[in-house]
Design a protein around this ligand. Structure first.
Ligand SMILES: [Zn+2]
Length: 157
């Protein structure tokens, strides 16, 4: 029987909550389960570590401190920029926008000075996951050479 291990393809249903508030920040409930190739940086590190050895049908619940999730917030990732840098976009607090170096959030608007935060929204957070292994199988040669899992119906990308 296959278990979750390096180079396995795991399919899971998961719900992620913030232990403090109980807020669900992400869940596969009501959607297709998530399929990923284990050990190829598709997932945050702790998520895979906690599922190692799990069999199909197994459920696991675990808590990840920031170091094994999205890391700590970094002060240098918070910057102020001038409003004209946004072009046609009217920046508002809470917006998530895309830049050349990744997504960022608008955290303050004071006149023409805009504070933006490049930290991941879940940086600095401890995360709790409840995961059910829906399926697990060895990866194909093709999947291993691509470094990602392919869908049940063949090649996705
Ligand atoms: Zn591929």
């Amino acid at each position: 029987m296959s278990v979750v291990e390096l180079n396995a393809v795991a399919t899971v249903h998961y719900t992620g909550t913030l232990p403090g508030s109980g807020e669900v920040f992400d869940t596969s409930e009501g959607r297709d389960p998530l399929t990923f190739l284990v050990g190829h940086k598709q997932m945050i590190p702790g998520f895979e570590e906690e599922l190692m050895g799990a069999e199909k049908g197994e459920r696991r619940t675990f808590t990840l401190e920031p170091e094994r999730a999205y890391g700590q917030k970094m002060d240098e990732a918070i910057q102020t920029i001038q409003k004209d840098m946004f072009g046609d976009i009217e920046p508002e607090v809470g917006m998530t926008l895309m830049s050349d170096v990744g997504p960022f959030n608008v955290t303050a608007v004071e006149g023409d000075t805009i504070t933006v935060d490049f930290n991941h929204k879940l940086a600095g957070e401890t995360l709790e996951f409840s995961v059910e292994v829906v399926d697990v199988r060895p990866a194909s040669e093709e999947e291993l050479s691509h470094g990602h899992a392919h869908g049940p119906d063949g090649h996705e990308d």
